[in-house]
Design a protein around this ligand. Structure first.
Ligand SMILES: NC(=O)c1ccc[n+]([C@@H]2O[C@H](COP(=O)([O-])OP(=O)(O)OC[C@H]3O[C@@H](n4cnc5c(N)ncnc54)[C@H](O)[C@@H]3O)[C@@H](O)[C@H]2O)c1
Length: 395
């Protein structure tokens, strides 16, 4: 695979939030880049945003003077993707177009007719199976997931997701290339939500559940998760930031992808926010009111209550991380790395669980399971096993 070198031409299709960020990362790493979008205004917006972001990096001393102009000059912005010939000499093409299977499959099928045999086709999908996207290709062995986090130039994590058809050499070479872009890569299996979007579900789901039951209000849960738990953002402010439309779609797709396992069941509360168009910050209203002059609700700063809230969410998160090890979604080390580098958790969940004591985590889950009788609280078989054997997952 000679074309996939650190100086090779990189193609990015889709110049929205993710595509423009990925193109910037590749250009900063020294690649010539072709960035295309079906919508000419998206291309113009991407060029402006990238110029501003690079200039800011120079201003803040993160890049040497003048390198913003040189970096931007390495990116060729092309309007419309009818001109797929622009991607002919690429060693790697990353697609970051709309999250629709038919669109992604059609794009890769057309790309295959222009790129060389050596070209790797990567998808930035968050929720579609990589196997399904590559399934329409003549050579699915060259297709894999390369999942960046938003904003791509800032967030260090990239999940490398080979499908069952991806060749081992394509996965290894792509990982090495993305590592050379100064990203932290982890290997994830082609399963719903990969690592981060699966393991993080309880951060939202259990917080909403406690709110729905009236155990605490949103301000108090957010306060507890930040002040007592050490998380950078509380679950409600984070969901408002992500957007409920986006977060709800991810939750639903993980739920469906996991054959409706109740552990991932979406909440009626979030469904109603979406129904009402209360999408969070971007619509001015979500769990919180972002109207000018609105008074944010005050938390009840009760540390004992805060600790109970954190303990419950953490037990669910650690269980999810351990279960992802059981199901071989990724190694324990990569799962811990993914949660600290992809969503800024203060500690890796497995290390955190071990620090608290896995028997204590198991006990908390068993209390919840006994009380509710709901499958969402079932402890992972691996958690039971390592507690029984007194083993560490990170040794
Ligand atoms: N936004 C995130 O937080 C995030 C994070 C990780 C992954 N992703 C994934 O990245 C992809 C892009 O997401 P985004 O947030 O950048 O979306 P976006 O809506 O900001 O950008 C998508 C762009 O793709 C273009 N497009 C749509 N269909 C096209 C086609 N057939 N050919 C060429 N261009 C086309 C659109 O004009 C648009 O500019 C999705 O698969 C999404 O699931 C998003």
């Amino acid at each position: 695979m000679p074309a996939l070198g650190t100086d090779g031409l990189v193609g990015v299709i889709g110049a929205g939030a993710m595509g423009s960020g990925i193109a910037q990362v590749a250009a900063v790493a020294g690649h010539q880049v072709v960035l295309a979008d079906a919508d000419a205004t998206a291309v113009a917006r991407a060029r402006d945003a990238m110029a501003k972001a690079l200039a800011r990096d120079v201003e803040k001393g993160r890049m040497p003077a003048g390198s913003d102009v040189a970096t931007l000059a390495r990116v060729r912005f092309t309007e419309g993707v009818g001109e797929l010939a622009a991607f002919r000499d690429c060693g790697l093409v990353v697609e970051a177009i709309v999250e629709r299977l038919d669109a992604k499959r059609a794009l890769f099928t057309s790309l295959e007719s222009v790129v060389t045999n050596d070209c790797v086709l990567a998808t930035n999908t968050s929720s579609l199976p990589v196997a399904a996207i590559g399934g329409g290709c003549r050579r699915p062995d060259r297709v894999l997931g390369v999942h960046f986090f938003n904003p791509a130039p800032v967030m260090p994590l990239v999940e490398i997701v080979p499908s069952l058809a991806t060749s081992a050499s394509v996965a290894t070479l792509t990982r090495t290339l993305v590592d050379s872009w100064k990203k932290t890569t982890v290997m994830a299996s082609d399963t719903p939500g990969f690592i981060v979007n699966r393991v993080a579900r309880p951060y939202y789901g259990e917080a909403i559940r406690m709110y729905e039951e009236g155990i605490a209000d949103i301000a108090t849960i957010d306060w507890a998760m930040k002040t007592v738990g050490g998380f950078r953002m509380g679950p409600f402010e984070l969901m408002d930031f992500i957007g409920h439309d986006v977060n709800f779609v991810v939750t639903r797709s993980v739920f469906e992808g996991m054959s409706f396992d109740p552990r991932y069941r979406p909440s009626v509360t979030q469904q109603r926010l979406v129904d009402a168009g209360w999408l969070g910050r971007k619509s001015g209203r979500g769990f919180y009111d972002y109207a000018q002059g609105a008074t944010p609700p005050a938390p009840t700063e009760d540390r004992a209550l805060g600790q109970r809230l954190v303990d419950r969410v953490l037990a669910m998160l650690v269980n999810e991380a351990v279960d992802a090890v059981l199901m071989r979604v990724a190694s324990p080390q990569d799962i811990d790395l993914a949660m600290t580098k992809g969503v800024n958790y203060p500690k890796g969940l497995i290390a955190w669980g071990q620090e608290i004591g896995l028997p204590i985590i198991l006990d908390r889950l068993e209390v919840l399971y006994g009380e509710y009788g709901e499958d969402r609280y079932r402890p992972s078989a691996l958690l039971r096993r390592i507690v029984r054997d007194g083993r560490s997952l990170l040794a």
